[in-house]
Design a protein around this ligand. Structure first.
Ligand SMILES: [Zn+2]
Length: 114
């Protein structure tokens, strides 16, 4: 289950961040997730809500911020947003390319009380 492993990864890094910040109660977790990960937001939140109690995060709400995928064509340099899993430049038809953004998966911020 894709979303399950994401939920766990988010929870574990949130716990680490909270510990670093000396935060005892986490109320909100904002995460940045790139489109490349193809995460279903509602499903991820549902799974997160099912798991959070086990980790002492029962009060935490998950907020997801999505980053659109952007790829740079290696041939003509066009930056475009692929509309499928296969990257194909809409201008010159060259496949592949460098991912400029959309690969993110990290905590943006935590809200809570110490
Ligand atoms: Zn191109």
């Amino acid at each position: 289950m894709h979303e399950g492993s994401f939920a766990r990864a988010i929870i574990l890094s949130a716990l680490k961040e909270a510990e670093k910040a000396g935060m005892k109660r986490v109320l909100k977790i904002r995460v940045l997730i790139g489109e490349l990960h193809a995460v279903v937001d509602d499903f991820l939140i549902e799974v997160f809500n099912m798991m959070k109690g086990e980790y002492g995060l029962q009060e935490a709400a998950l907020e997801i911020k999505k980053v659109p995928l952007k790829v740079k064509c290696p041939a003509c340099g066009l930056v475009y947003r692929p509309d499928g899993p296969v990257f194909l430049c809409p201008k010159c038809g060259t496949p592949g390319g460098e991912i400029l953004q959309g690969n993110e998966l990290h905590i943006l911020s935590l809200e809570g009380e110490g």
